[in-house]
Each structure stands twice: as structure tokens, then as C-alpha cells.
Design a protein around this ligand. Structure first.
Ligand code: GFP
Length: 807
């Protein structure tokens, strides 16, 4: 049935009646939300079925994006938008006295990720479908996802995120597609003449049950699948699980994302999770591929598996296991196919994230996988001998010093390795993965990250979207690069004022939210200065905090510059539960906030707001209201960043180091429309090479730095003696790993420039306009097209129908 407002209203009332036997006026927001999502789901279902069938009929290559994290956020609004329904539904519900935004708030974020990595995976899911590409997700359906963050006395407390408690209307449990995953035990190889058969003893069998979520493409009728796995006890094994502890072990497998790895039991659990979703995913893919009736020797032509960061690296060994052990392919043939199937993205050069697993843990988790990795390693060394120097082979081989190096496995076992921004890919080629680049230059490529304008502009910022429609038409909604049309309005006062007005409305909305959540009243005249991302020392939330303390002390000491502008500093960040240094920074930010916000002498000049439980739906509220985007990592450390892209798209101006994608942002908007400061990557590397950074000298020789740092330990900032000392020591005694003190002066200077610039509102609005105009250059739709062409070799499905999905 064609979709229109009147028909929808009838359908809505009927569905509410069917589901709950209620009239609109008697229903709760939760009931209204579930009614609406049920209509949405029953309407996209047929497109989902058709898409899936068409992929089968066409017999084209499909790709599977394997990721330990997915961070889709809420799905109601994005499904409505992508189906072409959003505005009509908003209107129809208004007729029924229902506020769509209000009922959308009922939905709990699908928070199965931590930061940029998981959000990128979800942006890619949306873009694959919106580009009409055959691409699906594969991950874990965590019962509690990442923790829910609370602040108590300024400390981060981690609570379970019970996102599934009121049900998840978007998922379908597919019992019939379950597979069995084998963990632990022992394995022997028995010679069967033409192949070796692995015989397993005492292995634990887990039933992996998939839950599928539809990923609806933007007005194109393509609906792909994100498949997340749950773990259960197989009925055949029930008798073996006699105690609650034994049963809990199975539940734990899919309980939380990133279990605490400070103990060995936690580390083992992490590796089990990795194998669990990899094995379940690959088994189901191979089973699906068999329906094509094609030889296994061609699987590389039909299937692509993308290893998102190293967590799914065991995919290489698991596919080899299935091809060799179960399909009885020769090792060489299986290897050829595996390399053709696999591709890998590296997301960071931080050593801590380049996973290494002790051989004994791998043995314990899946002994056959270890054997296969050992054999891959042995053959690699054999093949490279004589061609490369011995130490180079030692550096690149997979197993070294009894550790399995997952990045090495991913690169050796795949045909493509990419970085996520130009600088990052250069660093991979020239430094971190240089040996591999020498061995396999053709495997390396760059794919700068992207974001989806649908969520971050169309849904999150309807105010600005309307202004854009009026100024440049609606073409940008299909093709965000068309936002560049805005450039011709750089001197158009009307458009500049409309952009400024939209920002003001968004600031008002956020100010209300802040007051409701925290009780803090903020003035919308102030610059809204935003830093939202995982809490990590290299991202340097501490540099921001030092700047705040400096401003506070200046005001207290009557040293305010004439062009000083009031600011509201907004933070959103979670620290990993066992990352104590990051938690100390959180505590200090909260204490500085208390100090600043409650000082009558400071008043509206400064406010510090640390919003709890940073997540996608919170980002959607903050980003449209931002004036300043803080992207201040130490140059070379942030692989790309994506909040930098979202914030510019919403008209915030970026304060940035020349790191990650900040460099590409600068290249688009030009140096005049961004605030660049700090060391460059080459300067950072010079310090590394010469070992001549002495942070204590900065403390000792710079009065300003001393004044600010002393405030952390002399009681000026109350209630964080221990944490303040820890921070103080890290910056002075332990040589300030991320050059916070080295960049401080330059940072303060650029912030003064921000103030001067903000005092000229027209100029500020012009800069903002330029940033919006180029924000569309970072569309994940385009990033995904490049993955599709250069890495995966997949092409869009020819779709018959465009536009609004039918009811
Ligand atoms: C990581 C990197 C970021 C990068 C994303 C996505 O994100 O620079 O933009 O992956 O590639 F650090 P976080 O998990 O740190 O947010």
C-alpha cells in the first residue's frame, strides 16, 4: 500500500489497538514507540526478503563486515528517515497529539561499542545499504554491551547497561540458523589417507544463535542484515552443565564488551568471544555459500570477509580450518581462497591495541586454531627465507616469543590492509608496518573514514537541515558533496544569519537538556566548546582541562583579556574500567567543574559540563549545538577521528593538531577556517628519535605551566588530591608521554585566537558555513564506495524502485 499520512494514521491506531487494546490517549510513550516500530518493521520486511532473495538470484559477491563492536545508537528515526517516512510520520502523529521526538526518546541505544571503531562499523552498515551494496555485519549480541557510566562524587562508576530489558523490536531471533562453536579441549590429527582428520576431545560445544537486525538503505529499497550472535547451551549438552557457575560461563561469553583484561580469566574470555563470533559467522557464511552450488575453490569470488581491527583476526585460521578440515581442500588451495576472501583495516598505531595473545591462552581457547596459525607461520617463514633478511622475517612472522601477533596474522592472511586517514596510512607504510609494506606493497591502501550525514545532519539537526534546503535545495540529502553549493552564500547575510539562528536554537535545546540532567544553567551567549570521545591520554582531555584551569585562575586573579569570550566546556567520555589514569582525569574534570560552576566570581564566564554516559543518542544532542570541536590528540596518535567530521558538518569550528583526518579537514576548508596548533608528526618523531623531550623543564621554566599544574596538587582544585598528584607526576616525573606540556602554550594561544575570532560574529558564521559546506566530503557513502571498488570488488544491486517505502 502506498504510504501517506491518512493511511498511516489509520494503521497506527489499528496497530495500537491490536497490540495493546488501547486508544492513543491512553497509551504510554513506550507503547506508542513499540507500536510505531512494529509498523516500521512490518513494512520494511518485504524489502528485506526481496533484497536477500535478489542477492541469491544474482549470485553476486557479498561482503561480511566482522566487528567486535557495533554502535548503531537508536534505530527508529534512522529507519523512518531511510524509508522516506520521517516528516509524514511526524505530521501524522502530531495530528494524533503525539510528539515523535518524545516517543523516540524511549528507545534505548544499541550500545554494543565503545567509540569510533564501533560507530564507524555502524556508519558503514548504513552506507552499504544506502549505496545498494551487498554487505552485512557480523558481531556479538552483548547482553549488557558497554557499561553505563554514572558519576558518584566525581568518580566514574560502571553499571550494567540493560538495553534489552524492555525488549528490542528490531531484532529477529533465527533459531533455525544456529551453528555450533567448539571451544577448548584437545585435538589430535588422524591420518585418513588423503587428509588429516582432527579428532576433538573434551571440547565445549556452544550453540550460537543469530539475531538479525535489518539495515534499511536510504530510499532505495535495499535492506541488508546485521547479524549478532548469542550463546546458549545446546540441548544435547544440557547434562554436562550441572552447576550455576557452569551455565554462567556460557552466559558470560556474550555478557559484556571488552571484559576486564587485568586478570588472565578476563583475557581468556576476550579471546573466547573473538573466536565465538568469528567461528559462528564463518560457519554460517560457508553454509550460505554452499547454496550457490559453486566450487569451494571459488569462494573468494563470491565472499568477502572484512576484519575490522584485529579482534576478528582468527577469521583467517577459522576459514582455513573449515576449508581444510571440513571441505578437505589442499592447504595451498585453501590458502589462496582465504587470502582472496579476507581484508583488514587497521584503526590505530597504539601498541596496546595491536593485540598479542600468549600461545598457551590460544591453545586453551581453541587448540586447532593454534595449530593452523602455527602452520601458517611456519609456511610464511619458509617462503620468505632467502628473500628477506632474517631479522625482518622475525619481525613479521606471526608467532614470536610465544605470542600470536594478530595484526601480522591479519596482514599475511588477507589481500588488503588499509589505514583510516592519509597520515595514518603513511605511518603504517613508513613506520609501524613498514616491513610488511616492503613485502606486500600492493596490499596497502588508504580509506579515510566517513560519517553518515543522515544521522548527524538530517536527523540530529533538523534546524540546520531546513536552512540548507532553503539555501541550496535538497540535493545534498542524496549526495552530501552537494553541500559545497553553500560556498556561494559566503557573503549572503540572510543565509549566514539563518545558520547562526539554527545554531542558537540547538544551543537552547542543549542548554535545557544540560539543566535537566545536571542542574547546571548555561548561557547560550557563551561559546559551546565540545570534546566528545573515549577518554584516553593520547586524546588529551587533560590539555583541555589545563586550559580551563588556566582561564579560571586568570579570572580569579583579574587577568582577563579584553576579548575574552565566555565558554561552556562540554565533555562526554567513558574510561575503560581498568584504565586508572583515565579515571583520574575524569575525577579531576568533575572536581574542576564543581569548583568553577559554583564560584560566583566566575558566574557565566565559564561553565564546565561533563555529561554522563556518552553514547550515540547523546552525541546527537551535543553536536548540533557545538561552536568549537576539540580535536587535540598528539600528532601521529589519532588514526583518523570521526567526531571531527560530525562536528564540522554541524558548523562547529575545529581546534586541531595536525593529526588523523584533521589534516584532510584543513586541506578542504583551508587554514583560515580551522584553528591549528601544536607539534607536527615530524616534530614528535624528532623528539622520539633524539630522546630530547624533558617535560620537567617545561614545568620548571614556564611560569604559566607551573601555576596551572600546581593547582592540581596544592589544594586549589578541591577533593582530588590523589588524582591530581597522579596527573602532576605523569606530566613532570614521568616525562609526559603525550607532550601535553610541550603543546600547552601553543594551545592557549590558539584559544585566544578563537576568542578574537568569535567576537566578530559575521566572520565566525562565514567560517562555520565553509565547514558545513565541506562536511559532506566525509560521507561514509563515498568511503564505502571506495572500499567496494578497491578492496571488495562488489557492485550495487540494480534496484527497481526508488523513494518512499510502501506501507
Ligand atoms: C579508533 C581510532 C580513531 C578512528 C576510529 C575509526 O577510534 O582515530 O577514527 O577508530 O577508524 F582511534 P576510537 O575507538 O579511539 O574512538
Amino acid at each position: 500500500m502506498d504510504f501517506n499520512k491518512e493511511v498511516f494514521k489509520e494503521k497506527f491506531k489499528n496497530r495500537l489497538d491490536e497490540k495493546y487494546a488501547l486508544d492513543v490517549k491512553d497509551a504510554t510513550p513506550q507503547e506508542l514507540y513499540l507500536t510505531l516500530s512494529s509498523i516500521v518493521r512490518s513494512s520494511y520486511s518485504r524489502y528485506w526478503r526481496k533484497t536477500w532473495k535478489k542477492y541469491m538470484e544474482d549470485g553476486k559477491k557479498q561482503i561480511y563486515y566482522f566487528s567486535i563492536e557495533f554502535l548503531p545508537g537508536r534505530l527508529l528515526m534512522s529507519n523512518l528517515l531511510n524509508m522516506g517516512w520521517l516528516e509524514t510520520v511526524r505530521d501524522a502523529l502530531k495530528d494524533l497529539d503525539i510528539d515523535l521526538d518524545e516517543i523516540a526518546e524511549v528507545e534505548k541505544d544499541m550500545a554494543l561499542g565503545n567509540g569510533g571503531l564501533g560507530r564507524l562499523a555502524s556508519a558503514f552498515m548504513d552506507s552499504l545499504a544506502s549505496d545498494g551494496l551487498p554487505g552485512n555485519g557480523n558481531g556479538i549480541r552483548y547482553r549488557y554491551g558497554l557499561f553505563k557510566q554514572k558519576f558518584i562524587d566525581g568518580y566514574q562508576i560502571e553499571l550494567p547497561n540493560e538495553w534489552l530489558d524492555s525488549g528490542n523490536p528490531w531484532e529477529i531471533r533465527r533459531e533455525s540458523k544456529s551453528v555450533t562453536v567448539r571451544l577448548g579441549g584437545k585435538v589430535y590429527l588422524v591420518d585418513r589417507g588423503n587428509y588429516l582428520e582432527p579428532v576433538y576431545e573434551d571440547a565445549q560445544l556452544i550453540k550460537a544463535v543469530p539475531y538479525d537486525t535489518a539495515i534499511v538503505g536510504y530510499k532505495n529499497g535495499t535492506v541488508n542484515t546485521m547479524r549478532l550472535w548469542d550463546a546458549e547451551i545446546p540441548s544435547s549438552e544440557e547434562a554436562k552443565y550441572r552447576t550455576i557457575e557452569q551455565r554462567r560461563e556460557v552466559e558470560d561469553l556474550v555478557s559484556v564488551l571488552y571484559p576486564d583484561d587485568s586478570k588472565e580469566s578476563g583475557r581468556i574470555l576476550r579471546l573466547k568471544q573473538e573466536y565465538f563470533f568469528v567461528s559462528a559467522g564463518i560457519q554460517s557464511i560457508v553454509r550460505h555459500f554452499k547454496k550457490y552450488n559453486k566450487s569451494m575453490n571459488k569462494i573468494g569470488e563470491y565472499i568477502g570477509i572484512h576484519i575490522n581491527d584485529t579482534h576478528p583476526a582468527m577469521s583467517v585460521a577459522e576459514l582455513m580450518r573449515i576449508l581444510v578440515d571440513e571441505e578437505h581442500m589442499s592447504w595451498d588451495d585453501a590458502w589462496k581462497q582465504t587470502v582472496a576472501v579476507m581484508s583488514y583495516t587497521n584503526h590505530t598505531i597504539m601498541a596496546e591495541a595491536l593485540e598479542k595473545w600468549p600461545v598457551h591462552i590460544m591453545q586453551q581457547v581453541q587448540p586447532r586454531i593454534l595449530q593452523i596459525i602455527q602452520e601458517i607461520d611456519r609456511r610464511f617463514v619458509e617462503e620468505k627465507q632467502g628473500k628477506y633478511a632474517r631479522d625482518m622475517i622475525e619481525r613479521t612472522r606471526i608467532i614470536k616469543d610465544n605470542q600470536v601477533r594478530m595484526a601480522n596474522l591479519s596482514i599475511i592472511g588477507s589481500h588488503s590492509t588499509n589505514g583510516v586517514a592519509k597520515l595514518h596510512t603513511e605511518l603504517l607504510k613508513d613506520d609501524v608496518l613498514h616491513d610488511f609494506y616492503v613485502m606486500y606493497p600492493e596490499r596497502f591502501n588508504n580509506k579515510t573514514n566517513g560519517i553518515t550525514d543522515r544521522r548527524w545532519l538530517q536527523i540530529a539537526n533538523p534546524e540546520l537541515s531546513k536552512v540548507l534546503d532553503k539555501a541550496i535545495g535538497t540535493e545534498w540529502r542524496q549526495d552530501p558533496t552537494k553541500l559545497q553549493k553553500l560556498l556561494k552564500h559566503q557573503n549572503d547575510n540572510k543565509v549566514l544569519n539563518q545558520i547562526a539562528n539554527a545554531k542558537l536554537k540547538n544551543k537552547e535545546r542543549l542548554a535545557k537538556f544540560i539543566e535537566k540532567e545536571t542542574g547546571i544553567k548555561v548561557s547560550t551567549d557563551a561559546i559551546f566548546d565540545v570534546q566528545i570521545k573515549r577518554l584516553h591520554a593520547y586524546k588529551r582531555q587533560l590539555l583541555k582541562l589545563m586550559h580551563i584551569v588556566k582561564l579560571y585562575l586568570d579570572i580569579k586573579q583579574g587577568k582577563v583579556a579584553s576579548d575574552f569570550q565566555p565558554r561552556v566546556f562540554i565533555f562526554g567520555a567513558k574510561a575503560a574500567p581498568s584504565y586508572y589514569y583515565a579515571k583520574a582525569i575524569i575525577k579531576c574534570i568533575n572536581e574542576v567543574a564543581n569548583m568553577v560552576n559554583n564560584d560566583p566570581e566566575i558566574g557565566d564566564k565559564l561553565k564546565v559540563v561533563f555529561l554522563e554516559d556518552y553514547r550515540v543518542s547523546l552525541a546527537e544532542k551535543i553536536i548540533p549545538a557545538a561552536n568549537i570541536s576539540e580535536q587535540i590528540s598528539l600528532a601521529s596518535k589519532e588514526a583518523s577521528g570521526t567526531s571531527n567530521m560530525k562536528l564540522m558538518l554541524n558548523g562547529a569550528l575545529t581546534v586541531a593538531t595536525l593529526d588523523g583526518a584533521n589534516i584532510e579537514i584543513k586541506d578542504y576548508v583551508g587554514e583560515d577556517n580551522i584553528f591549528i596548533f601544536g607539534l607536527t608528526k615530524d616534530e614528535v618523531y624528532d623528539y622520539y628519535n633524539n630522546g630530547n623531550y624533558h617535560s620537567y623543564d617545561y614545568y620548571n621554566n614556564h611560569e604559566e605551566i607551573r601555576r596551572v599544574l600546581n593547582a592540581f596538587v596544592d589544594g586549589t582544585i578541591p577533593n582530588c588530591q590523589a588524582e591530581g598528584q597522579e596527573i602532576f607526576d605523569s606530566l613532570t616525573k614521568y616525562n609526559d608521554e603525550y607532550f601535553v606540556l610541550r603543546d600547552f602554550e601553543s594551545y592557549v594561544n590558539i584559544q585566544e585566537m578563537v576568542d578574537r575570532t568569535y567576537s566578530n560574529k559575521r566572520h565566525w558564521n562565514q567560517m562555520s558555513l565553509v565547514n558545513i559546506a565541506y562536511g559532506g566530503m566525509f560521507s561514509s557513502d563515498d568511503t564505502i564506495k571506495r572500499y567496494a571498488e578497491d578492496i571488495w570488488n562488489i557492485s550495487p544491486l540494480k534496484d527497481e524502485k526508488h523513494g518512499t517505502y510502501s506501507l
